[in-house]
Design a protein around this ligand. Structure first.
Ligand code: C2E
Ligand code: CA
Ligand code: CA
Ligand code: CA
Length: 272
């Protein structure tokens, strides 16, 4: 074509650095990934504190890239958000997680909940509520089988719009979890207004819990705050017995982390 060099790259593309070119290739692949069925969900179990009882699992997106192998979201979620592809991918995730939840439901796991992560863009997109409703209907699931995890910054991005959407979702009976709690900038006033059921303490506060007195104080304050607001408290990133003991002692309701269970394909999830 006109303007292209003999290797097929335009001058612009040739002058891009390798990293930019890799991103362009990845974007090209990402556009095709949904159609090619390259996405899959791993599931990480959530456990009730102080018991071996599994109460549900969080769906975590993976991309089986034809050349690069299994990719975690840090490699492509940013790109998916920048390009708006996250809307279609997010719908796929929601449907796939509900399809899996239906299977668990039929296997008698009726008290489990499946948790799905939402990105800010899906949240701004007008069709989220309808999409959730339709997906639950399609799989014949009661709304309380589903937890939607949103980060603080997502919820705070456009507070009034978020509140309206969250109220509709909560009104349907869907569970709302505030993810990565403590890393954002939410005011307590808004937190109080959010119709959330669950607070997830960010992994960053759990990591050095045994050694860092500040982290221990922060976690303990978050638990107290959550209890005052009548929210379930989940700690994520639990990797050691000491962390588990500490978080149990502090009053967390449920725990998630490599110590208790890695994210795995659903068929490998040990049904505790
Ligand atoms: P997140 O929602 O905070 O999910 C927890 C992340 O921590 C997961 O990484 C999980 O594999 C990892 N993790 C769990 N336990 C441990 C632990 O004990 N130690 C350590 N070091 N890490 C642990 P993953 O699967 O790579 O996902 C990263 C992020 O990508 C998620 O963070 C979430 O924000 C985003 N994400 C994942 N799936 C989706 C999705 O379907 N849609 C959207 N919009 N975002 C997603
Ligand atoms: Ca999450
Ligand atoms: Ca998190
Ligand atoms: Ca995180």
């Amino acid at each position: 074509a006109k303007g292209l060099g003999k290797n097929g790259y335009s001058f612009f593309e040739r002058s891009m650095n390798t990293n930019a070119r890799q991103q362009l290739q990845l974007l090209h692949d990402l556009r095709a990934a949904l159609e090619r069925g390259e996405f899959l969900l791993y599931y990480q179990p959530k456990f009730a504190t102080g018991s071996e009882r599994m109460i549900g699992a969080e769906a975590l997106l993976r991309w089986q890239h034809p050349q690069q192998g299994l990719l975690t979201p840090d490699r492509f979620i940013g790109l998916a958000e920048k390009t708006g592809l996250i809307i279609a991918i997010g719908d796929w995730v929601l449907n796939e997680a509900c399809r899996q939840m239906r299977l668990w439901y039929e296997q008698g796991r009726r008290d489990w909940r499946v948790a799905v992560n939402l990105s800010a863009l899906q949240f701004c997109h007008g069709e989220l509520v309808e999409s959730v409703r339709r997906t639950l209907d399609r799989h014949g699931l009661p709304a309380n089988c589903l937890t939607l995890e949103i980060t603080e910054s997502t919820a705070m991005h456009d507070v009034n719009a978020s509140l309206a959407i969250l109220e509709q979702l909560a009104g349907m009976g869907v569970d709302i979890a505030i993810d990565d709690f403590g890393t954002g900038y939410s005011s307590l006033l808004y937190l109080k207004r959010l119709p959330a059921n669950e607070l997830k303490i960010d992994r960053g506060f759990v990591r050095d819990l045994e050694h860092d007195g500040d982290d221990a104080a922060i976690v303990s304050a978050i638990v107290a705050l959550g209890q005052a607001l009548d929210l379930r408290i989940v700690a994520e990133g639990v990797e050691t017995r000491q962390q588990q003991a500490f978080l149990t002692e502090l009053g967390c309701d449920s725990l998630q982390g490599y110590l208790l269970g890695q994210p795995l394909p659903p068929e490998h999830l040990s049904a505790a």
